[in-house]
Design a protein around this ligand. Structure first.
Ligand SMILES: [Zn+2]
Ligand SMILES: [Zn+2]
Length: 179
């Protein structure tokens, strides 16, 4: 049964509050989500990633704040949909290590695209920073990206997609790689 948030019911003569809370996510430094509910289900925690062998984090390395995980609503079973690793820390705004390393990888890939002119490679590289954030600049960067993308080889484009799809902002994703 779904109980509206903030409602109380009264049984056993005891009033109970239905609290909603964010769990802490455990994610490897490459961005594989190990456990979206590391507090509620600690039995699923791992020190190292089973996909890539990297160590796992539950806290932001910049500010020490918890990495935000699954949102629990008391009395409501969570229906495990997608849980992509967040790109930024909600407590200090820093990009997480996987965001930094994916951006870096995308830049390296862009730098190797021989089908582009030097100018186009730079334009592509510059647009990447804004593709991962939802800012007023995102729309501009999306159109810049699309213009250059027409000249990128199929392999190059699918490489970029693979690296960036999990960290680009919703706005950018809808416009560049609509599902
Ligand atoms: Zn991993
Ligand atoms: Zn932080």
């Amino acid at each position: 049964m779904r109980i509206p948030r903030g409602f109380s019911d009264n049984y056993d003569g005891q009033e109970r509050r239905h609290e909603s809370w964010h769990d802490v996510a455990q994610i490897c430094t490459n961005g594989h989500v190990i456990n979206r509910s590391s507090k509620k289900y600690p039995q699923h925690n791992n020190d190292f990633c089973d996909k890539c062998g990297q160590r796992t984090l539950t806290k932001c390395e910049k500010c020490g704040g918890d990495i935000r995980g699954e949102y629990h609503v008391e009395g409501v079973a969570s229906f495990g949909g997608d849980f992509p690793a967040p790109a930024f820390c909600v407590q200090c705004g820093s990009p997480f290590p996987w965001t930094v390393s994916r951006l870096q990888a995308a830049r390296e890939l862009a730098a190797e695209m021989e089908e582009l002119t030097e100018e186009e490679r730079e334009s592509l590289s510059r647009s990447l920073d804004d593709l991962i954030r939802d800012t007023p600049q995102t729309t501009v960067s999306v159109s810049r990206f699309k213009k250059v993308a027409k000249k990128i080889s199929k392999e190059g484009l699918s490489g970029l997609r693979e690296i960036l799809i999990d960290i680009v902002s919703e706005t950018a994703k809808k416009s560049i790689w609509p599902t």
